[in-house]
Design a binder for this molecule. Structure first.
Ligand code: 5AD
Length: 350
């Protein structure tokens, strides 16, 4: 198999097989890697015009009913102090983020049923009354009727990662649920007209390169609008505490290959990448990523939203933090999006 020809073919629209994606993932030769990253960058330039979208994320509750083996928020972690933001406080944070320039807000939490269908509706309506802000919900697996109501209330997008498409591995890591239900939720969200964000982790214990190839091809089959691909980071208060972290290099390759195949998709340089190494966050922007998410909730909550260990650095205002990211993006020769950054596919379909 000639790797260079394969990359060219995918750029021209060819959909690779699992074996071909696997071959792309496991070739380590530097000249090949730079060819892959340049090709991904060229596609990003062609379809996204070197524009980076900055999204604000409000992590509004760290209560969670689930027991995901990798996640620091899992219900069994009794060491974590739990918090919930009141709907009013969430809307106030959204207003501050809007004033700082954000036009997309991601509302994320553990799976916390304290936020009933009605409470989430109230939050969506409150934020929508501030101005033209796209809302991405990221609250996990809920009933079809919940998803339906929130879409009616004005929620635009939904982020729900499939985490790993290897069914045995998925079901082992998520003993409270199963892969079938996750995929059912993703299909429901698509059917309801959400712009759907999916994604997976790289380097989960027991995951193979073949699994990652299948993860990438699943994104293509589901025809997602967004895909967050991040390295697994062990958390000390989980059963995977002694496992090895995923590789940033492999993660960035997975992002680049995803960009070659799903040309129009939004691909964040995920927070987990920045957490392991800031340089790798930047590198992702040169390898296919065109989105970044910044936390905007008050620091007293940020410290407790510990999915994986992270260093928050110095406290700054929402506005200052956004400005700093804008400067970084400009220093990389890219531009900062001024609009809501809806999915290209979605806009074309309207
Ligand atoms: N390491 C890396 N990513 C994680 N996530 C959860 N726990 C971890 C971890 N230990 C990711 C999952 C989830 C998202 C919110 O964070 O992909 O969907």
């Amino acid at each position: 198999m000639n790797i260079y020809n394969l990359i060219d073919d995918i750029c021209q629209g060819y959909t690779p097989t699992k074996e071909e994606v696997e071959a792309l993932l496991c070739t380590y030769e530097p000249s090949y890697n730079s060819y892959l990253f340049s090709a991904a960058q060229a596609i990003t330039k062609k379809y996204h015009d070197n524009i980076i979208h900055i999204r604000g994320i409000i992590e509004f509750s760290n209560y969670c009913r689930c027991s995901c083996a990798y996640c620091g928020l899992n219900a069994a972690n009794k060491k974590l102090k739990r918090y919930r933001m009141e709907p009013k406080e969430i809307v106030e944070t959204a207003k501050e983020a809007y004033d700082a320039g954000y036009r997309t807000l991601v509302l994320q939490s553990g799976e916390d049923l304290w936020y009933t269908r009605e409470k989430i509706s109230e939050i969506i309506k409150g934020i929508k009354s501030i101005g033209d802000i796209a809302i991405t919900l990221s609250v996990g697996e809920r009933d079809y009727e919940d998803y339906k109501q929130w879409r009616k209330d004005g929620a635009d997008r939904f982020l729900l990662k499939h985490e790993t498409i290897n069914e045995n591995l998925y079901n082992k890591l998520h003993t409270h649920s199963n892969l079938e239900n996750r995929i059912r939720c993703l299909n429901n969200l698509k059917e309801l007209g959400y712009q759907v964000g999916d994604g997976f982790m790289v380097g989960l214990p027991g995951q193979t390169l073949g699994d990652i190839a299948e993860d990438i091809l699943f994104l293509n089959r589901l025809d997602v609008d967004m895909a967050g691909i991040g390295p697994f980071i062990p958390h000390p208060h989980t059963e995977l505490k002694s496992a090895e972290a995923g590789s940033n290099e492999m993660t960035i390759k997975a992002v680049a290959i995803t960009r070659l195949i799903l040309k129009k998709v939004h691909l964040p340089a995920t927070t987990a990448l920045w957490t392991l190494n800031t340089e790798d966050g930047k590198k992702a922007f040169d390898s296919g990523a065109n989105v970044v998410m910044l936390k905007v909730e008050p620091y007293k909550y940020r410290r407790l939203y510990e999915i994986y260990p992270k260093n928050l650095g110095n406290e700054n205002s929402i506005k200052q933090e956004r400005l700093r990211m804008e400067e970084l993006i400009l220093s990389l020769g890219k531009q900062v999006a001024q609009d809501r950054g809806d999915s290209i596919k979605f806009l074309e379909g309207q």
